[in-house]
Design a protein around this ligand. Structure first.
Ligand SMILES: [Zn+2]
Length: 209
C-alpha cells in the first residue's frame, strides 16, 4: 500500500478548539460518542496540506528526502538526507555513489522552490544543469560520502547559477543545512508526527486553544 496516497483529514465536531485528525472520518465522534453523519460539525472535514510532495510537480527546485526509505515510514531527526534538484520540466537530478541520476521518482519529498516561473531564468537553470551533469566532476568514481556528495552537487549547481546574492544561505554546506534544509525538514517532521499518531490510533486529537 502506498501510504502516501492517504490524506490526513481534520474536522471539529462538538468541542471548539479540539481538532480531530484522521484518515477517514469516524462513524462516531471520539469526543462525544455521537454519530458524526447525524450531527453538524463545528468545522466540516477538510484535507490538511502535506509538505511531502511529488518532485515532478515542482520545477526548478531543490528536493530533499531521507537517504534510506521514505519520510513517512523511515524518517527520524537523525536520518541522513539526500538532496537533488529538478529541471524546468520537473525531472529530477541527483548525485550519489552511482554518479548522476536523472529522472528518478521522488514522490514523497520536501521541496524548496528556488526560482519563479521566469522563462529566461528557467532556461539558464536547465542550461547550467545540463553542463554540470555532463562534467566528469560528478562521475561515480569521484563520489565521496563526506567531501563530494549530493550536497556538494546541489551547492555547486546553485553557485553556478549565480544565486549566492539571492540566497545567501547557499554560501556553505553548513549554512545551507542550518538555514534552509533544517527549516524545511522541521515542517515535514511536524506533519510526519501527526501522520504516525493517526496511523497508530486511527485518529489524533489536537488541542488548538
Ligand atoms: Zn463530538
Amino acid at each position: 500500500m502506498d501510504t502516501h496516497d492517504i490524506n490526513v483529514k481534520c474536522f471539529q465536531h462538538c468541542e471548539k478548539g479540539l481538532n480531530i485528525l484522521c484518515f477517514r472520518v469516524p462513524v462516531v465522534c471520539p469526543l462525544c460518542g455521537v454519530e458524526v453523519a447525524c450531527t453538524p460539525c463545528r468545522i466540516p472535514p477538510y484535507i490538511i496540506s502535506t509538505p511531502l510532495v511529488n518532485a515532478k510537480e515542482y520545477p526548478c527546485s531543490v528536493i530533499i528526502k531521507p537517504t534510506v526509505g521514505t519520510f513517512l515510514q523511515n524518517y527520524s531527526n537523525n536520518s541522513d538526507l539526500h538532496v537533488g534538484v529538478t529541471d524546468s520540466g520537473g525531472c529530477t537530478y541527483d548525485f550519489n555513489e552511482e554518479g548522476i541520476n536523472v529522472g528518478t521518482v521522488w514522490d514523497q519529498c520536501v521541496v524548496m522552490r528556488i526560482i519563479n516561473e521566469d522563462y529566461n531564468l528557467q532556461s539558464q537553470w536547465d542550461y547550467v544543469l545540463r553542463q554540470i551533469t555532463q562534467s566528469q566532476t560528478w562521475s561515480r568514481s569521484r563520489y565521496n560520502e563526506n567531501s563530494h556528495n549530493c550536497f556538494d552537487f546541489v551547492l555547486t549547481f546553485l553557485h553556478s547559477c549565480d544565486l549566492q546574492r539571492t540566497i545567501p544561505a547557499i554560501q556553505s554546506k553548513k549554512t545551507f543545512c542550518e538555514e534552509l534544509v533544517i527549516k524545511h525538514t522541521h515542517k515535514a517532521a511536524v506533519y510526519i508526527s501527526i501522520y504516525r499518531k493517526v496511523q497508530k490510533n486511527g485518529f489524533y486529537i489536537q488541542n488548538v486553544n
